[in-house]
Structures are given as structure tokens and as C-alpha cells.
Design a protein around this ligand. Structure first.
Ligand code: ADP
Length: 463
């Protein structure tokens, strides 16, 4: 529903933007047409008035030798004269020589008269009249002519043009709206298709994918990114599902074994020695249960969003020595060779911020793996300093990891196909990676089947 409203809003917004930009262009274009036509018409009409005035003056001064009454009559009867045409001719002393508007509708002020007299072009509007003042020369004298007329025809034309332009504008607004609505609908259709598809996707149908179209335009890329996200979600859901199934299975195995052993023990009375052997075996199973549940707990704690307080200053070499000692307590055959290479010149280069217990767990796992997956039970641990990182390299010459397994050994409970004979749960590496990640570090694994394995843990140093 929300997405539907959002879609509607985008469509309406796009349509309105289309309408607005189109509308503004139309208004600007129409105004330009109207005002340029009006300007052109006004100038043209001024020219007409002046020409008509000059021809009347010619008539007056050349043909009828200043017989004003006659000229007036001729002018009145002129079928081509301009509407409401008025003419006033004044000499340079401001005396009126001829006037065709008996009621003196055209006001000629002294200042305007002087302007025309001085040769300036004077054209102005007085009420509905357009008035133009001009100089007129005969062979004997100079005059100032003021002529005026009402441009009824021009006004009617302009009015007509105005109506047409307003009508065209209104029509184009409607068209812009319809076209905008149609195109914005088409433009966002792929998005609404994606939205519809996304609405269908739930936890139980994470296998669904949205249509990617050609996959190259923005919407295609969005759909592609979304599909990739779905893939990751699906993977992590599958991993979680497997995790619970695997964890229950791993916990059940020692419990079943304990149950079986105790049942056998209860069947008949046994000697103290026999009881001791059985109880020891049950104790071993219980220990492995505790070990497994401890690791599971740690994995859960380190995967949580805010894992733990990682604020201790730790010397990584000290953690290495501690882990080595701890392993040696239970596995006296294991050989762990720790060395610092030439890149380390200062003990500060080995100081990191973190949780020493967790780091020890991670290092223990890697040392133990190196030894337990090698026939010689030797792991070389090398400390190396690289810019702001301290690198701990774990190297063994053991059974190695196949290419297929390399991609999966960091998944919880995954065990390499060649590790059946070695005890383990498949939690060590995922737990280690989680711990290193929570310390803002990196872990890289490389291995060759039958030749050996190298794991490089990089942690950021403080210095
Ligand atoms: P576990 O050792 O309990 O099986 P891990 O998570 O520590 O679990 O390791 C996962 C798998 O990775 C192991 O089962 C093994 O196949 C492989 N592996 C890890 N470290 C090594 C190593 N040093 N040499 C060979 N294989 C290894």
C-alpha cells in the first residue's frame, strides 16, 4: 500500500514537472509572440498616421495652397482615412495653422511641441489615440505636425491573437498533462513491476528473483543489485538452517554415546576397574560436549552486533607464547615454532587493541589445526610487520585442503573431505574468522592438497 502511494506520488510529481516546464515554455513563447506582434503593429500604425498626416499636409500646402476648409472636407470624405484620424499643424511659433479635431481632443503641450521642433521623434499614447509628432518642411517655412488616430483594427487583431494564444496555452496544458501522465507511467512501470515482485518475496520464498530487464539501465542495475542481495540472504538463511541442524547433531552424538555407555554400565555389576574405565570414557564425552558448547557460545557472542569490549592493549607475541604453552600442556607431541622476522624493529609494532581471551582462542585454533593436520605435527608461526598491520603467518606441511573445500572451510561445521580421521567439529575456522573480523582484521587461507597450508592473520596495530 505504502509503495503504491509512493509510486503514485512519483508519477504525479513527474507529470506536474512535465506540465510546469512545458507550461512555462508555452507562456514564454506566447507572450513573446503577443508582445512582438503588438510592438510591430504599434510602430506600423505610427508610420501610417505619419504618412497620412504628411499627405494631408502636402495637400494643404501644395495642392490647395492653405485652403484649410477644403482640405478638411476632402479628408472627411476620404474613404481610406484612418479611424478617428486627427491632425494638427502648427508653425514654429506654436500657432495652429490647421486642425482637423474641432474639439481639440489631441493635447499638444508646449514641451512636446518643443521636442518635435528640436528634431526629436515623438510618439505617445493619449487615451485611445496614438499620437505622433513630426517636422514638416515646405519651400518657404517649417511646421510641426501632430497626427493621431485610433487603431481599432490593430486592437481587434491583437485581441483575436490573445484569445488564440490563451486557447493554445490551455490546450497545451491539457496535452502536457495527458502526455506527462502517460510517459511518467511508462517510465516508472519497470519500478512498479519490481515493487510488485518484491512484495511477493518473503522469508519462505527467498528463491524468487525480480526481473532484471536488459540489466544495463538504472532499473536493471537496481534489480540486479536486489537479486544479488536476495542471493546473499538466501545463502545466509540456508547457512543458519544448516547451523542449527549441525549443532544439534554434534551435541547429540556425545550425548547418545554417554547414554549408551551408562546403559551398558547399568546392565550388571562390574568391578571397580571396569567402572573407572567407563566413567573415564563418559567424562571424555562430557569434556568434548563442554568444549563444543563453549565454542558455539563464543561463535554466537562474536557474531552478535556488539560482541564484547575490545579495548585492551595487547602484545600479540605474548598471546602467541601463551597459546603455545596451553597447547603443549595437552599435546606434548605438537611442535610450535614461533619466530619474529626482520620487519619487526620495535615492540610497539606488535601492540593491538582487542580482547586477549578471544585472540588466544583464535590463535589456539590455528596452531592446533596446523599440528593436527600434519603428520610431523609441526606448525611454524611467523610474526611480520607491514605498514599499520601486524601479520601472523601459520604455516604447516600437512595434508592441505582441496580447492573445493577451500571455499567452504569457513562455514560452520564444514569439514574437509580429507579430515575424517582427525577429530574436530568444523567450528574452529569460522570462529577464528569471526574473532579476527571483530578485531577489524583479515584472514587469508591458501593451501595445496598434500603439500601444506598457510594462514595469514592481519591485525591493525595502534602505532
Ligand atoms: P576442525 O578442525 O574442527 O574440523 P576447523 O573449522 O578448524 O574445524 O577447520 C575446518 C576444516 O578445515 C577442517 O576440517 C580441515 O578439513 C580444514 N583445515 C583447517 N586447517 C587446516 C590445516 N592446517 N591443514 C589442513 N586442513 C585444515
Amino acid at each position: 500500500m505504502f509503495l503504491e502511494i509512493f509510486r503514485m506520488q512519483i508519477r504525479t510529481r513527474l507529470t506536474l514537472q512535465f506540465l510546469l516546464s512545458g507550461g512555462i515554455i508555452m507562456i514564454i513563447a506566447s507572450s513573446a509572440i503577443y508582445f512582438s506582434t503588438a510592438g510591430f503593429r504599434t510602430n506600423d500604425f505610427y508610420n501610417q498616421i505619419r504618412n497620412s498626416a504628411v499627405s494631408t499636409a502636402n495637400l494643404l500646402f501644395n495642392e490647395y495652397e492653405v485652403d484649410a476648409k477644403r482640405v478638411l472636407r476632402i479628408e472627411k470624405d476620404n474613404p481610406f482615412k484612418l479611424h478617428n484620424a486627427r491632425l494638427a499643424i502648427l508653425n514654429f511659433n506654436y500657432d495652429t495653422i490647421y486642425r482637423s479635431d474641432e474639439n481639440s481632443e489631441i493635447k499638444i503641450s508646449r514641451s512636446i511641441f518643443n521636442q518635435v521642433k528640436s528634431g526629436s521623434k515623438v510618439a505617445y499614447k493619449q487615451d485611445s489615440y496614438q499620437v505622433i509628432g513630426t517636422l514638416y518642411f515646405t519651400n518657404y517655412d517649417r511646421f510641426v505636425i501632430f497626427s493621431a488616430a485610433v487603431d481599432t483594427e490593430g486592437a481587434a487583431h491583437l485581441n483575436e491573437l490573445k484569445i488564440i494564444l490563451v486557447f493554445v496555452c490551455c490546450l497545451s496544458f491539457v496535452l502536457f498533462f495527458i502526455v506527462g501522465w502517460f510517459y511518467s507511467g511508462r517510465a516508472i512501470k519497470p519500478i512498479s513491476d519490481v515493487v510488485k515482485k518484491v512484495e511477493e518475496i518473503s522469508i519462505t520464498s527467498l528463491n524468487l528473483r525480480v526481473f532484471e530487464g536488459n540489466g544495463t539501465d538504472e532499473i536493471g542495475r537496481l534489480a540486479k543489485t536486489f537479486n544479488k542481495m536476495l542471493e546473499r540472504l538466501e545463502d545466509s538463511f540456508a547457512t543458519q538452517k544448516n547451523f542449527i541442524a549441525n549443532a544439534s547433531h554434534e551435541l547429540r552424538t556425545p550425548l547418545t554415546s554417554i547414554n549408551g555407555q551408562l546403559e551398558v554400565l547399568m546392565m550388571k555389576d562390574r568391578s571397580a576397574g571396569e567402572y573407572k574405565v567407563q566413567v573415564q570414557s563418559v567424562l571424555d564425552d562430557i569434556k568434548s560436549l563442554i568444549d563444543l558448547s563453549n565454542r558455539l557460545l563464543l561463535l554466537a557472542r562474536t557474531s552478535a552486533e556488539n560482541p564484547m569490549s575490545l579495548n585492551n592493549r595487547i602484545r600479540i607475541d605474548e598471546v602467541l607464547w601463551l597459546a603455545r604453552e596451553e597447547i603443549k600442556k595437552y599435546n606434548t607431541d605438537y611442535r610450535i615454532n614461533i619466530s619474529l622476522d626482520n620487519s619487526l624493529t620495535d615492540s610497539d609494532q606488535m601492540v593491538i587493541i582487542g580482547d586477549d581471551y578471544l585472540l588466544k582462542v583464535a590463535i589456539l585454533n590455528l596452531m592446533e589445526n596446523g599440528c593436527k593436520y600434519s603428520t610431523n605435527q609441526i606448525v611454524d608461526v611467523r610474526l611480520h610487520h607491514a605498514k599499520q598491520w601486524i601479520e601472523v603467518v601459520f604455516e604447516d606441511t600437512g595434508i592441505g585442503i582441496s580447492e573445493v573445500d577451500l571455499r567452504k572451510v569457513f562455514e560452520p561445521f564444514y569439514r574437509g573431505s580429507n579430515s575424517n580421521l582427525v577429530p574436530g567439529y568444523g567450528i574452529g575456522l569460522p570462529l577464528t574468522r569471526q574473532i579476527i573480523k571483530s578485531h577489524n582484521g583479515k584472514i587469508e587461507l591458501s593451501s595445496q592438497l598434500g603439500k601444506g597450508t598457510q594462514l595469514v592473520v592481519s591485525l591493525p596495530v595502534i602505532a
